[in-house]
Design a protein around this ligand. Structure first.
Ligand SMILES: C[S@@+](CC[C@H](N)C(=O)[O-])C[C@H]1O[C@@H](n2cnc3c(N)ncnc32)[C@H](O)[C@@H]1O
Length: 406
């Protein structure tokens, strides 16, 4: 596990000590990097490797370690995310619609700097771009400088809950921009982060991009998905006793295309989150998923709709092909369905995790399956005040009026 992130003062100290290693040869610098503690997010090790590569540009061990560091601290989903033009255009439009000249914008989790630059382009007086991963923050500074926006954007290598108004930002923000949602909306800590930010870092009635999100579920048919996760046999041997481990399929966009997930009915809303006034209360709902076509139910797919600004939203439902994956909760047994059939599910969430159990398809109800953002989107962000236990106690049932069914 990673140690606690260092303070800005620690990072300055580390940088100050770097010249001491100038006298060492490339291999000695690599050896130091190999043993460097990683509690600073890889900054020190990265500096040592940069020095090693200056001395010996073809040092294989230095290249190898550098790649390992990057894989460790820069999650791979950053790249397909930045190439997701539908997402990018939706954020560009929403930020342009919400940011007004003279605004102070807080961009929580600036990543490569795209959302911060969109806010600067939209006319913000100044953008404070916050990034908890120091290696990513350093790259964002460079990207922003390359685009001539360093005077409009200040990059701070901090987690948002470490920010101090009056020190890091001159004043509370007029607009809070973020894109910290995984396939199930909650796994990157958006609820905890935005609950803190809207209360402590934003002006009363500050605008937010995104402004809300909804989790929804849908029954699907996909024999290919079922066979991929629950193959009945291999070389003539019965593997079914192993299937109990395959309750949740982490379906990447490529898997979705290959498995041809066929909706058997409309999506039903599970939970709605107001990101302008978020809170961390848990929620639980039990509801039927309806079938409007004949087929065989194999899984329940959970997806989200996220409203960035009025009329501008992003989604990872089955009608979209962006970079977000989807969690699919597999039925114990393939279940023939016809028009009007329904399968009941229970869904529950806390600040970071969603669980889904499927009723009525087997003699005994299946156990609740907890899931957080572990597939195409996950982060190292520490989540303030979120539970750290794997077990979360049961919550009150959501009143039925809060369980809209499409
Ligand atoms: C999904 S990326 C989005 C990057 C950029 N905003 C964009 O949309 O292109 C989210 C980034 O937020 C960072 N992050 C997540 N939670 C954070 C927090 N509470 N404070 C600071 N950075 C955070 C992660 O390290 C990650 O780099």
């Amino acid at each position: 596990m990673l140690e606690e992130q260092p303070s800005a003062a620690d990072l300055d100290l580390i940088a100050e000590f770097e010249p001491r290693f100038e006298m060492l040869d490339a291999n000695s610098l690599v050896a130091l990097a190999e043993n460097a503690p990683l509690g600073d997010g890889g900054v020190h090790a990265s500096n040592l490797l940069a020095q090693a590569l200056e001395k010996d540009p073809h040092n294989h061990a230095a290249h190898l370690l550098k790649e390992q560091l990057h894989q460790m601290f820069v999650p791979r989903w950053h790249f397909p995310m930045l190439a997701d033009t539908v997402r990018n255009q939706a954020y560009a439009k929403a930020i342009a619609a919400k940011v007004q000249p003279g605004d102070i914008v807080l961009d929580i989790g600036c990543g490569a700097g795209l959302t911060a630059m969109l806010a600067a382009r939209a006319g913000a007086k100044h953008v404070y771009a916050i990034e908890g991963q120091p290696l990513i923050a350093t790259a964002a500074k460079q990207v922003i400088a390359d685009n001539g926006l360093s005077d409009k954007i200040t990059v701070l290598s901090k987690w948002s809950h470490e920010l101090v108004i009056g020190e890091d930002l001159p004043d509370r923000a007029d607009v809070v921009v973020s894109e910290i949602v995984d396939s199930n909306l909650l796994g990157e800590g958006a609820l905890a982060t935005l609950t803190h930010a809207m209360e402590h870092l934003a002006k009363p009635n500050a605008r937010a991009v995104p402004e809300s999100g909804t989790l929804k579920a849908q029954l699907v048919e996909s024999a290919a998905l079922r066979n991929q996760y629950r193959p009945l046999e291999a070389e003539g041997f019965d593997l079914s006793a192993f299937h109990k481990f395959a309750n949740v399929a982490q379906v990447t966009p490529n898997d979705s295309a290959a498995c041809g997930l066929r909706p058997l009915g409309p999506t039903s809303d599970l939970f709605h989150f107001d990101f302008t006034r978020p809170d961390m209360s848990h929620g639980k709902t039990t509801l039927p998923l309806f079938c409007t076509t004949m087929g065989t139910a194999h899984a329940v797919v959970v997806s989200f709709d996220m409203v960035l600004a009025p009329g501008i939203s992003v989604s990872n439902d089955l009608n979209t092909d962006g970079h977000w994956g989807r969690f699919s909760y597999l039925l114990e047994q393939s279940t023939p369905v016809s028009v009007g059939s329904q399968v009941t599910i229970t869904a529950q969430h806390d600040a970071t995790k969603l669980s889904v159990s499927i009723h009525d398809t087997t003699p005994a109800e299946r156990p609740i399956i907890w899931q957080r953002g572990v597939n195409s989107r996950s982060t190292f962000a520490p989540v303030p005040e979120a539970t750290t236990s794997w077990f979360v106690p049961d919550t009150q049932e959501t009143p039925s009026s809060e369980r809209p069914v499409h």
